[in-house]
Design a protein around this ligand. Structure first.
Ligand code: PGA
Length: 251
């Protein structure tokens, strides 16, 4: 049985003080070890939020990382730096990074490989644009993105990767994928993993849905057989995030 996971992606929101106050309210409202809860926090607040959540079952993730250890990469943060801070997860390949910061399948793969080598668990994002969905190339795109991102990743290591299916047209738009659309895509990704590895390995990988998830639609989405929880943006900044987490509790 796969565990559910609910990850909140705060994006570029919350100063360190705001982040700590919000993490404090989250820990008061979410007290469960039955579902994995991860907060993807801006770099500058990671340490403070991690300390605030010490002793709870809620963990933190960086929203990105560089694949080089150190060097002349102004403005970047390496995986080694995150590991030194005790950060367990890193979001990799979010569509906003692919869209605005030149993230490619190749850099995503380098980051995934580097994270795994360091013992950092990648939350790998894949997903199609509206144009790609209209052209009916969604599956092909998901296959390409997944295979590229996992190039060189062993069957043992892929079990440490969380994959988030996030259709770009659903991110921040309020237009959530239907449970069937989300399930079909997550099942397809699992099929790609089965082909690349084997059915048993594929059946153990956590696959999330993301894109306009909120407290009202989460339960039905998370109830689909191939959806193991969600990557939640806007709704993770609200008190109702606790209700989204509750939707991920075992029934
Ligand atoms: P959203 O964002 O929930 O605000 O659509 C999801 C994401 O970008 O991870």
């Amino acid at each position: 049985m796969r565990r559910k996971m609910v990850a909140g992606n705060w994006k570029m929101n919350n100063t360190p003080a705001e982040a700590v106050a919000f993490a404090n309210s989250i820990k008061a409202n979410i007290n469960t070890d039955k579902t994995d809860v991860v907060l993807c926090v801006p770099y500058v607040a990671l340490d403070a939020v991690k300390n605030e959540l010490a002793g709870t079952h809620i963990s933190v993730a960086a929203q990105n990382m560089h694949y080089e250890k150190s060097g002349a990469y102004t403005g970047e943060i390496s995986g080694e730096m995150l590991v030194a801070m005790g950060i367990p997860y890193a979001l990799i390949g979010h569509s906003e990074r692919r869209q605005y910061y030149n993230e490619t399948d190749e850099t995503v793969n380098k980051k995934v490989q580097k994270a795994l080598a360091l013992g950092l668990k990648p939350i790998l994002c894949v997903g199609e644009s509206l144009e790609e969905r209209k052209k009916e190339v969604t599956n092909e795109l998901l296959r390409q993105q997944t295979n590229h991102a996992l190039f060189g990743v062993s069957a043992e290591d892929v079990l440490k990767v969380v994959i988030a299916y996030e259709p770009i047209w659903a991110i921040g738009t309020g237009v959530v994928a239907s449970p069937k659309q989300a399930e079909d895509a997550c099942a397809y990704i699992r099929g790609v993993l089965a082909q690349k590895y084997c059915t048993d390995t594929a059946s153990k990988v956590t696959i999330l849905y993301g894109g306009s998830v909120d407290d009202e639609n989460a339960a039905e989405l998370f109830g689909q057989p191939n959806i193991d929880g969600g990557l939640v943006g806007g709704a993770s900044l609200k008190p109702t995030f606790a209700d989204v987490v509750k939707a991920g509790l075992p029934k």
